[in-house]
Ligand binder design. Structure first.
Ligand code: ADP
Ligand code: MG
Length: 380
């Protein structure tokens, strides 16, 4: 049975949301992944009933939460959808126990007490029942917010970038805790993020949002191994993309790089771009014997700049087509090449990813950002 079915549209000024996905497994954790402003939060608000779509349907466990043509629009309290906000939204003047009981609003007094006791124990908040949120650590606040959500007996949990305000060690601790909580929750979850690493670690499946439109849902491993769309490649951390067209069976003419490359991945009809991850090249100094023996898929480049990064060396190299490629390797591996001015980058056929740009062929801003070599985007 389908656990959650979402198929909605909503217009907000010049922005339009057109999102469709389904969570099929009862305990599936699905990520909604996309850059800032792509419509992730708006999608969650529509599922929770805080915002109203213009058209479409939302069905949870066979119950229709929203259906524009049947004029169904359940209020948030009747949806059985738990929503974890970034700031947790705990009531600051209430104790832990009162906050958790508030989650069970609507149940009988006995039921509220029973559920609060159950979730306080499950979230390891015993002994803290009479504290106020400000007297809790970050981890305890998150567990209190989860206890309040679980006390409402939800069928589905929505999480909107719960760690985005934090960094470093605390963020990691909270991720470990939240992973345990979500894995112990019998229902499904939608996890909103723009962080591909978090999504890879925590989620089963992923739906990429590209300027308000959803890609087809895929397994997380699949997204990283063979992203199908330009948006999926970029958000999964691919640093190198070029416009491309089919030049023969398994052959792609890469316009921005000025080379034709062989791919061993399936090439669909509508391919518009090609992507190669920065770590997947094999690099040779030009003129050395290995470079001439490299054979196919060798891209002769001029080294433009070498950037010493935290744990790796990043090389920006100009291709015959004029666009730059980003190559990234271990510092020792780069040092062993002897700082060449000319470089041959070899992309094995399984690393050459044919991509389809959804929609109008407009390229997302991320591409121009990526080719500056100034960093800022996540490591690939
Ligand atoms: P994300 O969570 O992916 O960063 P949002 O869902 O918050 O993105 O927003 C998606 C788009 O909708 C953005 O372009 C934003 O400016 C626009 N938007 C969000 N809320 C409103 C609103 N109430 N009125 C008009 N536009 C909005
Ligand atoms: Mg958001």
């Amino acid at each position: 049975m389908t656990t959650l079915e979402v198929d909605i549209t909503k217009r907000l000024g010049s922005f339009s949301l057109d999102v469709s996905f389904a969570i099929e497994r009862p305990d599936e954790i699905m990520a909604l992944l996309g850059p800032s402003g792509c419509g992730k939060s708006m999608t969650l608000k529509c599922i929770a009933g805080i915002e109203r779509p213009d058209s479409g349907r939302i069905v949870l466990g066979g119950r229709t939460l929203f259906d524009s043509s049947a004029h169904v629009d359940l209020p948030p309290q009747q949806r059985r959808v738990g929503y974890l906000f970034q700031s947790y939204a705990l009531f600051p003047t209430m104790t832990v126990e009162q906050n958790v009981r508030a989650g069970a609003a609507g149940a009988t007094r006995e039921e509220r007490s029973a559920r609060a006791a159950r979730e306080i124990a499950a979230m390891r908040l015993e002994g803290l029942e009479h504290r106020k949120p400000a007297q809790l650590s970050g981890g305890q606040q998150q567990r209190c917010a989860m206890a309040r959500i679980l006390a409402s007996d939800p069928e589905l949990i929505l999480l909107d970038e719960p760690f985005s305000a934090l960094d470093g060690y605390l963020r990691w601790q909270l991720e470990l805790e939240l992973t345990d909580v979500l894995r112990g929750f019998p229902g499904g979850a939608v996890y909103v993020s723009h962080n591909r690493d978090e999504v890879y670690r925590m989620c089963d499946t992923v739906c990429v949002l590209d300027r308000g439109r959803s890609d087809a849902k895929v397994g997380v491993r699949e997204l990283f191994a063979s992203p199908a769309t330009l948006a999926a490649a970029l958000i999964s951390g691919c640093k190198n993309v070029s416009r491309a067209r089919v030049a023969g069976p398994g052959l792609l003419m890469c316009d921005d790089w000025g080379v034709t490359l062989e791919t061993s991945l399936p090439v669909s009809e509508g391919v518009t771009h090609v992507g190669i991850r920065a770590h997947y090249f094999q690099a040779h100094a030009a003129g050395d014997g290995a470079a001439s023996a490299a054979g196919g898929n060798a891209i002769p480049c001029t080294v433009e700049r070498v950037i010493d990064s935290t744990f790796s060396t990043i090389v920006m190299a100009r291709t015959p087509g004029g666009a730059s490629l980003r190559y990234e390797c271990e510092k020792d591996a780069w040092a062993a090449l002897g700082n060449p001015a000319q470089l041959v980058l070899v992309a094995p056929p399984q690393t050459v990813m044919p991509l389809v740009s959804a929609g109008n062929g407009e390229t997302p801003d991320a591409i121009t950002l990526d080719n500056t070599g100034k960093g800022g985007a996540p490591r690939a």
